[in-house]
Design a protein around this ligand. Structure first.
Ligand code: NAD
Length: 255
């Protein structure tokens, strides 16, 4: 699909990777529907995009809330037109929590992580897809959905049980949903980033960051949000990419 003039729904758009995706797609002429729990974040990004004369809509919503997401989809559709691109970036990464040692990795935290990272992404996908299947095709496609997994799906570290399980789930549901939605000419892809320089990793010490960078093959640095956003745009434009999870990680190997 040619990007200019399309409408995107981007979750987690008030910070980090989602914000970079919104800014990049807007620079390509995409109308951006920004969804985030963080009111200040989405409104700040929306104001910047508005200033570039690209239509945008900011919606404060929790991705785990059925009614809130349904209404976000409607607001974006009504304001900006048919949603052709969905990018799921909303997520949380609880700090390392150990099982059995200090009781810190309790069920509530496990459930919350799965709820936001996995159930939330699914909630957005299914409510957006319900609308997307009804649109007319453009160049043989109705749209594309892009999820954010993580290399933790395969290389979870000590203390990351909930996060790794949630991201493994995101990677795993991408193929079956792409098979299901193929009959409606909608593609489903996922990106599995390595360590990206966003507010999510702000609490990590330089020592830990340096150790992670050391495990990259090349280049030896953290990933940049713009590199993630560039890959999102490429996936949207490349109609032959479907059903897979692409690692974006400088070939880091943590195991
Ligand atoms: P971030 O903390 O900068 O941004 C995440 C955004 O999600 C925030 O704006 C937050 O308000 C929003 N959010 C959280 N819970 C929400 C909810 N219930 N409803 C709506 N919005 C909610 O983090 P980021 O680094 O940009 O992460 C984006 C995605 O990328 C996440 O899914 C994360 O797990 C994944 N990821 C990040 C890295 C990394 O190193 N930064 C690596 C791999 C995967």
């Amino acid at each position: 699909m040619k990007l200019s003039g399309l409408t995107a729904l981007i979750t987690g758009a008030g910070s980090g990777l989602g914000e970079a995706v919104a800014r990049h797609l807007a620079s390509q002429g995409v109308r951006c529907g920004l969804v985030d729990l963080n009111d200040e974040g989405v409104n700040r990004v929306a104001a910047d995009i508005d200033a570039q004369d690209i239509d945008t809509a900011a919606v404060t919503a929790d991705v785990t809330d059925h009614d809130a997401v349904k209404s976000a989809v409607k607001v974006i559709e009504d304001t900006l037109g048919p949603i052709r691109i969905v990018v799921n970036c909303a997520g949380i990464a609880p700090g390392a929590k150990l099982v059995g040692r200090d009781g810190a990795h309790d069920l509530d935290l496990f459930r919350k992580t799965i709820d936001i990272n996995l159930v939330g992404a699914f909630n957005v996908m299914r409510l957006a897809a319900e609308r997307m299947v009804q649109y007319d095709e453009i160049d043989g496609e109705r749209g594309v959905i892009i999820n954010t997994a993580s290399i933790a799906a395969w290389e979870g570290q000590i203390g990351q049980a909930a996060y790794a399980a949630s991201k493994g789930g995101v990677a795993s549901l991408t193929l079956p949903l792409s098979r299901e939605l193929a009959k409606s000419a909608i593609r489903v892809m996922a990106i599995a980033p390595g360590i990206m320089e966003t507010p999510m990793i702000a609490g990590m010490s330089d020592k830990v960051k340096d150790a992670l960078v050391e495990k990259s093959l090349h280049p030896k640095r953290l990933g940049q949000p713009e590199e993630f956003a560039g890959l999102v745009a490429h996936i949207c434009e490349n109609a032959f990419l479907n059903g897979s999870t692409i690692r974006l990680d400088g070939a880091v190997r943590l195991s």
